[in-house]
Design a protein around this ligand. Structure first.
Ligand SMILES: *Cc1c(COP(=O)(O)O)cnc(C)c1O
Length: 389
């Protein structure tokens, strides 16, 4: 990614740009991804998912962008994320996707956050508290169609729907479910989940009742692979940030990664053969090499599991990380090539013709790109870039 063109400039720096190790978020690419997904799913509405610090991209900044782009709803995982967005002036409706505890309900109501109701008991509880406070609680009902996490089972959903119709202090605006494997090559289980959800929704027809205004089910995998799951609204997370959820998932929307993770060379040296690098002395060379030290480590979320696996880009070329990844530093073998103090080091992102992706790091660490992005922790400052058009 290059920002040296006059039409690119940083627009916000959060912690200042003091630390050489930082994350650059390209708001232009985020906007492009949003529009690409919107075109794909139209006329369905969009609920961008912003949980876990917007997948590491910065909760508040991404929420502001999504609001300015006309997102219909925002999705977060926990109450605190929703409150923070309200305190920062976000006005778009916000659904908190996770389960709730009774003592949280007044906070939902005070901050105008939409509640996920995942059992009859919770529904009654919310209704009662809303009555006491003299307000209507906005609620989305969660149906478990095959994830066994939260939600009322599809085979006993009628009771929940029945109860929801009777509650006087609720605005039952939505009903939703969640996929277990919509990003797989084999979509049989995902299709079974859609069938179960559709069967649950026939409740309203059978009772001659209008269904809730917002029926939703599709996460990233389903946006890519299951148009029949769009219903009234979709809930894309990972693809919004420009990353595909799995290797198998069909790439039916063109995306570009919005996040780059960069650092700089802080030290240069020559390592003699037989002189091992790092904790545990897990790597040594049999010939003289040049090496550089870069100030990033597992204390930033650069997983130790990538030791002796990861690669970085310096001066447009790929080089291997050698020895164990420490809490705050890594060592990169540049063989007999040149690098200088202060040279830029790309951990995720592109440089020249080369690119390193969150998927690459996930493979080296034995995990998924979701975990790579959400683990880049708050010690790493976020800087926001936008094309000025
Ligand atoms: C995280 C989450 C999403 C988004 O998932 P992606 O795979 O990132 O698109 C959607 N819905 C719910 C309920 C979630 O928890």
């Amino acid at each position: 990614m290059r920002f040296d063109s006059p039409i690119n400039r940083p627009i916000i720096t959060s912690n200042g740009v003091v630390r050489p190790t930082l994350v650059e978020v390209d708001l232009g690419r985020l906007a492009d991804n949003f529009h690409a997904i919107r075109r794909k799913v139209a006329p369905a509405m969009m609920m961008p998912i912003l949980k876990a610090n917007a997948y590491g991209h910065g909760l508040v900044e991404v929420a502001r962008l999504m609001e300015s782009l006309g997102a219909d709803y925002l999705g977060v995982a926990v109450l605190e994320e929703g409150i923070l967005l309200r305190e920062e002036g976000i006005r778009t409706p916000i659904l908190v996707l996770g389960g709730i505890l009774g003592n949280q309900v007044p906070h939902f109501l005070k901050h105008d956050l939409t509640i996920t109701a995942s059992s009859i008991e919770k529904l009654w509880q919310v209704d009662e508290i809303a009555e006491q406070l003299g307000v209507k609680a906005r609620v989305h009902l969660k149906i478990d169609t095959g994830m066994e996490r939260i939600g009322v089972h599809y085979y006993s959903a009628d009771e929940l729907l029945d109860a929801s119709v009777k509650c006087k202090h609720l605005d039952v605006e939505g009903v939703f479910s969640h996929f277990a494997s919509s990003d797989a090559a084999d979509l049989r289980y995902a299709r079974l989940q859609i069938e179960r959800f559709e069967e649950v929704l026939t409740f309203f027809e059978k009772r001659n009742l209008p269904p809730p205004r917002l029926r939703h089910m599709a996460n990233s995998g389903a946006v890519l692979q299951l148009p029949e799951a769009y219903f009234d609204m979709v809930r894309p997370g990972l693809i919004l940030y420009g990353v595909y959820p799995s290797l198998e998932a069909a790439h039916t929307v063109e995306l570009s990664p919005a996040l780059s993770w960069k650092s700089r060379v802080v030290y240069f040296k020559v390592i003699k053969p037989g002189h091992p690098v790092g904790y545990g002395s897990t790597w040594q060379s049999d010939h003289m090499v040049r090496a550089v030290t870069v100030p990033v480590g597992y204390g930033d979320g650069y997983f130790r599991a990538m030791s002796n696996q990861a690669q970085v880009l310096i001066r447009g070329k790929r080089y291997p990380v050698v020895g164990r990844i420490s809490m705050d530093q890594i060592v990169v073998n540049i063989e007999w090539e040149s690098a200088y103090n202060d040279d830029e080091v790309v951990l995720i992102g592109d440089m020249g013709d080369e690119a390193i992706t969150a998927e690459d790091l996930a493979e080296w660490a034995g995990t998924i790109p979701y975990e790579i992005l959400t683990n880049i922790n708050t010690r790493v400052p976020r800087v926001y870039m936008k094309r000025i058009t």
